[in-house]
Design a protein. Structure first.
Length: 246
């Protein structure tokens, strides 16, 4: 590529994109952070879900240094690409998988569901949102309105249509961003998902400090005292979050 190295162009593109994502979602981020604080104070769990590569966003929310201990992933191995890419793709498009996964959760009445799905058109993310709303659980859709609008909704409707609040990743159709004139590679969705989730954590921190609330947060187990600090949360949330293990 003439002029500038590709890395520099893509780096500038990423920084500009994330700045836009933050600005365009500012009000929604503040709203969701308020919902989260209310739910946490009442003993609720933050339920996080995705399929395929959106599971990278779910991993970012769970058992992460500085992250919330009150997070319960919604997951089945069928949706994991490492277990078979074709199987995972088929499972995301299969009616009924979402209801089975959601049915494993013991709801507290104060939980919030976060669904990460760039396109938001397949049965799994859409049915998760529908099932959660029917159960009285607010749904935060982390999705791309543009990508979703450009795709045929396999589930009949789109994820964002069932959300309580939408956080828009603003990623383009096809989830590729480089080169800018004719995108063919380099996704922005994973970066946008992680950015929005960590924006929520930052907003939540400030809200909690202002109201004198101590948040249940993990510490790095590779720092002095980390394991000891985390033990209390493993005891508290272990019975409610099976993914924390024995």
């Amino acid at each position: 590529m003439r002029g500038r190295l590709a890395g520099g162009v893509y780096g500038d593109l990423v920084l500009a994109h994330l700045a836009e994502v933050g600005a365009r979602n500012a009000e929604a981020l503040a709203q969701v952070a308020g919902m989260m604080l209310a739910g946490i104070r009442a003993g609720g769990l933050m339920l996080t879900a995705g399929a395929g590569h959106s599971l990278a966003a779910v991993a970012e929310t769970f058992f992460r240094a500085g992250g919330l201990a009150c997070v319960r992933p919604l997951h089945t191995d069928r949706l994991q690409v490492f277990g078979g890419a074709r199987r995972a793709t088929a499972a995301e498009r299969e009616p009924g998988v979402a209801a089975a996964v959601f049915g494993e959760v013991s709801l507290s009445g104060n939980d919030i569901l976060f669904v990460f799905s760039t396109s938001g058109i397949n049965h799994y993310p859409v049915e998760l949102a529908v099932t959660a709303r029917a159960a009285g659980v607010p749904v935060v859709a982390v999705t791309s309105r543009a990508t979703s609008a450009a795709a045929t909704p396999r589930a009949g409707t789109r994820l964002y249509e069932h959300a309580t609040v939408v956080l828009d990743t603003r990623t383009g159709p096809g989830d590729v961003a480089y080169p800018p004139a004719a995108p063919a590679t380099a996704s922005l969705s994973t970066l946008s998902n992680a950015y929005l989730w960590n924006q929520l954590l930052a907003h939540l921190h400030d809200l909690a400090e202002a109201e004198g609330v101590t948040l249940p947060r993990w510490q790095s187990s590779n720092t002095e005292g980390g394991d000891e600090a985390n033990a209390q949360y493993l005891d508290v949330y272990g019975p409610r979050v099976p993914h924390l293990g024995a």
